[in-house]
Ligand binder design. Structure first.
Ligand code: GJV
Length: 422
């Protein structure tokens, strides 16, 4: 790197793979380092990769290197470690190398049965198809395919060390002729052929956390045959304004009188600490929904791009059904698996409060303080999901809303905007 650019600190590391579209763009691999030569606009920069190739690169795939040649070696090492893995893969795939999470997923009957149902209801048309199960874990979905239908091949791809056990399970269940277990990140895997069906259980909390969906989109681009099928084929994020009395009071009332002492000055801090993060694994009781839930995002798995994941926005407009305390918003998702048969019925997996419980439960976003609402009031606004620029499995969620009372003067509308970081 030249002394000039060193002074400007224009060295960047690539956070996620990018495939060039056209000859003036550079294809990038996660971990590549490059030098940004100029920034003609906010989104696209002109950069030099490996000392020879020059082209446009998407700014959102880059993270600036803070490594300075002047700092001591220990500090540089630490900085390097911090920079190294925006995907936190060691921790992520490490956790999927143990049984705890797999057991949780296998015990989730609604989830597992939904995938089994997808295979069953498409068994005839799956005959002779080539399938990829992306992130197969213990291989349960691949085994459903092999045992309930007659695919030509199932590539069961798994990055964690669980893959070694999955191979044994495939053999133990007599499916080794059909199911090939491939260990590695699906984005980097090589296959002898394209696939007709790209199947994956990639959904995280609030649909997107973990951003495993990125791997699905990259694999779609590379390995899905023309006219191939995505399972799930669509995904929706749903939202509802809700009450959360016990969560609110558990956290707030404790400070009123512990051991006969008044600790209430800590309430604002408790609020700030607790309510600024989403609460995962919240169980929303149907009676705590203040309105009919509505979809804020509807994703088409054929057209969604990695770029779209950087920032997504949805609008909402709720009519309050009953009087209560508006403590926050609750979110969950549904996914749909289209039929291989033209006009056939899609299989749906719902994870909301009105469906059979799943291990995802719901995600609660609290307001700082509750708002009393009446039947007929309206709550409208937007939800913005911004992917973290450094930690690629994370995002922040901003909910901006206005409450219009149906009885009071409209000039008394209350507004709020909260960003929840994870
Ligand atoms: N390539 C291969 N396996 C993966 C990848 C990837 N890019 N990402 C996740 N997995 N629904 N949120 C594996 C991971 O190791 C685990 O076994 C499984 O996919 C996660 C499935 C459930 N997580 C989810």
């Amino acid at each position: 790197m030249s002394a000039h650019s060193d002074a400007l600190n224009e060295e960047f590391v690539v956070l996620s793979d990018f495939t060039a579209d056209g000859t003036d763009q550079l294809s990038l691999r996660r971990g590549d380092r490059l030098e940004v030569l100029s920034r003609p606009c906010e989104d696209w920069w002109w950069a030099e990769l490996r000392g020879d190739e020059v082209g446009y690169v998407p700014a959102c795939h880059l993270l600036q290197c803070r490594i300075s040649t002047n700092t001591c070696p220990e500090a540089r090492m630490q900085q390097q470690e911090e920079l190294e893995d925006p995907w936190q893969d060691e921790e992520y795939f490490g956790s999927y190398g143990t049984l705890k999470l797999h057991l949780e997923m296998l015990l989730d009957r609604s989830r597992t049965e939904a995938y089994r149902q997808v295979v069953l209801s498409n068994r005839d048309l799956l005959k002779d198809k080539v399938v990829m199960d992306l992130g197969c874990g213990t291989g349960v979905i691949s085994l459903f395919c092999a045992q309930l239908a007659q695919p030509a091949k199932v590539y069961a791809v798994e990055a964690s060390s669980m893959a070694q056990y999955t191979r044994q399970l495939v053999r133990q269940n007599g499916c080794e002729d059909v199911v090939s277990v491939l260990q590695g990140r699906a984005e980097h895997i090589q296959l002898p052929q394209k696939v007709d069906v790209l199947l994956s259980e990639w959904m995280g909390n609030c649909l997107l956390f973990e951003f495993m969906v990125e791997a699905v989109l990259l694999v779609r681009q590379r390995w899905l045959a023309e006219g191939g099928v995505m399972w799930p084929s669509s995904a929706a994020l749903l939202l509802v304004p809700c009450q959360a009395h016990s969560f609110y009071s558990e956290n707030m009332s404790f400070w009123k009188n512990p051991y006969g002492l008044d600790f209430s000055p800590l309430q604002p801090l408790a609020q700030q600490e607790l309510f600024s993060k989403p609460k995962f694994s919240h169980v929303l009781e149907p009676q705590d929904c203040l309105s009919v839930p509505s979809a804020v995002l509807a994703l088409n798995m054929y057209t969604l791009t990695v770029q779209d994941l950087e920032e997504m926005e949805g609008q909402f407009g709720f009519r309050v059904d009953k009087p209560g305390d508006f403590h926050g918003f609750c979110a969950w998702f549904s996914v749909g698996f289209e039929s291989l048969q033209a006009g056939g019925e899609a299989v749906q997996l719902h994870t909301g409060p009105f469906s059979e419980p799943t291990h995802w439960k719901q995600t609660l976003f609290m307001l700082d303080s509750p708002v009393s609402v009446q039947q007929g009031d309206s709550i409208s606004g937007s939800m913005v999901l911004r992917r973290n620029q450094t930690w690629r499995r994370h995002m922040s969620v901003t909910l901006s809303w206005t409450h219009h009372s149906s009885t009071e003067d409209t000039s008394k509308a209350r507004h709020g905007s909260y960003t929840h970081h994870q």
